[in-house]
Design a protein. Structure first.
Length: 271
């Protein structure tokens, strides 16, 4: 199979169960780069066995870690996947058709569509899980990741093409995995709010919960995916509420920031 001057960049920490599938799905990339933040499982060995160059970097936060990875790539065009994501055969074929024109052109990024596998099978109706547009293919001289601790995004100017075929996200193999992720992401988001001095508005909390649930369950069509859709909407609403509860605690009880960080690191939820 021909390769293209493209780097697949993946940031990892204890992803031995999924990293091989991720790397193998992009067989046409001239380089596969894994930036690992201290895995103590077989992630590094598996990544190397599947053709990746592995670099260690202590955890900097999602945005900063991705920017570090970008700087280490051998090629200007970069495809970013998480370890639990992988290209569908259809998207791999589409990329091979469209990459020459993208690389030769002046676009900064291209959008890919993500399809979520939840509780063992794809969601059928819930909008963010059947065709969520994400900027994951980019030229590092024309785009840069935001420095957010979590929910980072690419910053760029200009129009961007969108590819049709999806890539897949094997999202949180169990509900306990999801709850631990929610706990970690909420903590990181609240630290960002604390750094920015975001006002505390606890009076919004009940409304935030209800509106977040309705947005996902009704307007984003989670209701059509049965009980799986209900669980997704409830989890999203609980996350929105918990962030505000935790931020209220951080502001009113500053000692809780370091105390919670120590606890989360003890249980390897934070690092």
């Amino acid at each position: 199979m021909p390769t293209f001057p493209l780097t697949l960049a993946v940031i990892t920490h204890n992803e031995s169960g999924s990293i091989a599938r991720c790397l193998d799905s992009v067989s046409f990339a001239a380089e596969k780069l894994v930036v690992d933040s201290g895995s103590d499982d077989d992630t590094v060995a598996i990544a190397r066995a599947h053709g990746a160059r592995v670099i260690h970097q202590d955890w900097l936060g999602f945005g900063a870690q991705r920017n570090f990875a970008s700087a280490q790539c051998a090629h200007d065009w970069i495809l970013v996947l998480d370890a639990d994501e992988y290209l569908s055969p259809e998207l791999a074929a589409e990329l091979q058709q469209r990459l020459p024109a993208l690389i030769a052109g002046d676009a900064a990024v291209a959008y890919l569509r993500r399809r979520t596998i939840y509780m063992g099978r794809p969601m059928r109706w819930y909008r963010p899980s059947v065709g969520e547009k994400l900027a994951r293919l980019y030229h590092r001289g024309r785009a840069r990741w935001s420095d957010a601790r979590v929910h980072e995004s690419l910053r760029f100017d200009g129009a961007a093409p969108t590819l049709r075929a999806p890539f897949d996200h094997a999202n949180n193999p169990t509900l306990p995995h999801k709850q631990l992720k929610v706990l970690r992401y909420a903590e990181l988001k609240c630290r960002d709010w604390l750094d920015k001095g975001k006002p505390v508005r606890m009076w919004q909390a009940p409304f935030v919960y209800v509106l977040a649930f309705l947005k996902d369950y009704v307007f984003r069509l989670a209701c059509l995916d049965g009980w799986r859709g209900f669980l997704i909407a409830q989890t999203a609403a609980s996350y929105a509420l918990y962030k505000r509860m935790r931020y209220y605690e951080m502001v009113n009880h500053p000692e809780s920031v370091a105390s919670a960080m120590a606890l989360l690191r003890k249980h390897e939820i934070d690092r």
